[in-house]
Design a protein around this ligand. Structure first.
Ligand SMILES: Cc1cc2nc3c(=O)[nH]c(=O)nc-3n(C[C@H](O)[C@H](O)[C@H](O)COP(=O)(O)O)c2cc1C
Length: 140
């Protein structure tokens, strides 16, 4: 399957989860900041940290410039201090407003300000992220 996993990560937790998801999907995760001349793949997975209650700016900009995604699958995930999925919810809302159907949503805690949430994403969260990816591509 034609797949891309793009992430917006400042301190590494989202990048880590993106890497786990990408591995299951058989691709390499890429920073959304380096994406140029984007052509929609069959499955697009977008992930961001939560910063001041919001999705990362680079991801917001990417989503606002997204070309038509007709017939494509898009899934979203985030990592955050609260683990409440605020960026995933925001990305989902923005994508839906563009007519994009959301294939899946995942969120978990990320290590926060280097001192909070030590040990996150945890082993269990990483397993859950892998399962999320496997479900997206129909792998058992
Ligand atoms: C500047 C800054 C602002 C943050 N604001 C929030 C926030 O509003 N809510 C929250 O749950 N976590 C917040 N966090 C924690 C991050 O969402 C969390 O550490 C996340 O895993 C960061 O992802 P990253 O390591 O991929 O950058 C903030 C972290 C930073 C550095």
């Amino acid at each position: 399957m034609d797949v891309r996993v793009l992430y917006c990560s400042t301190t590494g937790s989202t990048k880590k989860i993106a890497g786990e998801i990408a591995k299951v999907l058989g691709v390499k995760a890429e920073s959304v900041r380096g994406v140029k001349n984007f052509h929609p793949p069959e499955l697009l997975v977008l992930g961001s940290g939560v910063y001041g209650g919001k999705t990362g700016k680079a991801m917001l900009s990417f989503i606002s410039n997204l070309p038509p995604m007709d017939g494509k699958k898009v899934a979203v995930f985030d990592t955050s201090g609260e683990g409440a999925g605020k960026a995933a919810a925001e990305m989902k809302m923005l994508l839906k407003a563009k007519g994009v159907e959301i294939a899946g949503v995942f969120y978990c805690k990320g290590r926060s300000f280097f001192i909070f949430n030590r040990g996150h994403p945890s082993r269990e969260e990483i397993f859950a992220a892998r399962k999320f990816a496997a479900d997206l591509c129909g792998k058992k």
